[in-house]
Design a binder for this molecule. Structure first.
Ligand code: PMP
Length: 437
């Protein structure tokens, strides 16, 4: 594979014709990737990078099975979902087979944002209530409706919070409002925050339509909920007449290593789930899955839901083959074994490097929170930035996240293996040692 023009020309053309709000990774020295395979990406000079950031390339970049099924379908037919097609119904069957029985009805869309926007419409159609509870630092998508429930954006962009939005404290047991070991007590404490928020809203005459949260908040800094949190929150929300939406866009399809879906870690059944990113291994396909009752209430509004590209035969071929590969290659168990190994290695680094404040996660969803001081937990934002840059120099691609951008965020393709983990952790060890010296 060859680049079509020299890198400087690519940069120049981009500057001239692409909106500046679309930001590149490593802005001061961006990388030009021209091909990728498995967990590796290659730049225009053939330099190989270990990819720790692309949860979209779920079963590995350019996986042969996925590529084959998409290209074969592309050569035969691609059209909209108003014609009957087997791929769409097979995809719906396969997807719902991974879910609790009540989540039986699918809508296919093209992005996580479209999925979450539709989820809000479904929730409002069913409950007839407008208000939405979301979590601090959450991100649910780029549509106007979702910026409103994405404090991750409105804090940064200084967008005012709308009256119908209620923001609950993020259940971050390391840095959040209530801290300590991830115990059921903390789960209860954080869920009572949601209960209080509901009471406040109701006292102002407002009515809750939905609670939406990532089943493990990624943008919030790779947070794992304390035990019992969602169970208790769902109870409060349902008692108030709302429905519960699980955003599985980043964490779904087996990433957490023990289950297909991260909400299963909390032993709950949402009313609506949204999936995306990894669903098509890079091909744009996303979905909303809900109950028959909610789907019926949406139908009863009387407005047709049509989405030109949603559920087209190629997208469904991609999604079907991703689910098949996850199963065929035992990638969920692989994510568990690799994740356990990686977390153990990171925990071994902890005593050695005082800047490592916390190591958390499950499966191939892992966060390493860097701090200036373990006592004060002052976020080491500049250090995290430096580590990301140094990792890149060592040909490891990693991003940081969380409100203070001090959490190293590991969410690699699911084929990431123990050797990759050893390499990443040994380079991280070197970088932190170098800084301390
Ligand atoms: N939900 C979550 C949790 C996300 O991380 C994202 C994308 N980062 C979205 C929704 C929106 O997905 P998309 O970019 O496909 O619209």
């Amino acid at each position: 594979v060859k680049e079509r023009m020299p890198k400087l020309d690519t940069i120049d053309l981009r500057k001239r014709h692409v909106g500046e709000s679309c930001k590149l990774f490593f802005r001061s020295d961006p990388i030009k990737i021209i091909r990728a395979k498995g967990q590796y990406m290659y730049d225009e000079k053939g330099v190989k990078y270990l990819d720790c950031m692309n949860n979209v390339a779920h079963v590995g970049h350019c996986d042969d099975t996925v590529v084959k099924s998409c290209t074969e379908q592309m050569a035969v037919l691609n059209t909209n979902n108003r014609f009957l097609h087997d791929n769409l119904v097979l995809c719906a069957k396969r997807l719902t087979a991974t879910l609790p029985d009540s989540l039986a009805v699918c809508y296919f869309v093209n992005s996580g944002s479209e999925a979450n926007d539709l989820a809000l419409r479904l929730a409002r159609a069913y409950t007839k209530n407008e208000d939405v509870i979301c979590l601090e630092h959450a991100y649910h998508g780029h549509l106007s409706s979702l910026i409103n429930i994405s404090p991750y954006k409105f804090e940064v962009g200084k967008f005012p919070k709308k009256d119908w939005v209620h923001v609950a404290p993020i259940p971050d047991v390391y840095r959040g409002k209530h801290r300590g070991d991830a115990s059921p007590e903390l789960g209860e404490l954080y869920s009572s925050e949601v209960r209080d928020l509901i009471r406040d809203a109701e006292s102002q005459g407002r009515k809750i339509g939905a609670f939406i949260a990532e089943s493990a908040p990624s943008c919030g800094g790779q947070i794992m909920f304390p035990p019992g949190y969602l169970k208790s929150v769902y109870k409060h929300v349902r008692e108030a007449g709302g429905v519960c939406i699980a955003d599985e866009v980043q964490v779904g399809f087996g990433r957490v290593g023990t289950h297909w879906w991260a909400f299963q870690l909390q032993d709950v059944v949402p009313d609506i789930i949204t999936v995306g990113k990894s669903m098509g291994n890079g091909h744009p396909v996303s979905a909303v899955v809900t109950t028959k009752e909610i789907a019926q209430s949406f139908r009863d509004i009387g407005m047709e839901y049509f989405n030109t590209f949603g559920g087209n035969p190629v997208s469904c071929a991609a999604a079907l083959s991703v689910m098949e590969v996850v199963e065929r290659d035992g990638l969920i168990a692989h994510a568990k074994a690799t994740g356990d190994h990686t977390i153990a290695l990171l925990n071994q680094l902890k005593p050695k490097h005082p800047n490592i404040g916390d190591v958390r996660g499950q499966g191939l969803f892992i966060g390493v929170e860097l701090v200036e001081d373990r006592e004060t937990k002052e976020p080491a934002t500049a250090l995290a930035n430096h580590v990301i840059t140094r990792l890149k120099e060592s040909k490891i691609l990693m991003s940081s996240d969380g409100p203070d951008r001090n959490v190293l965020k590991l969410k690699p393709p699911m084929v990431f293996n123990k050797e990759d983990a050893n390499f990443f952790v040994s380079v991280l060890d070197e970088i932190l040692t170098e800084i301390e010296e």
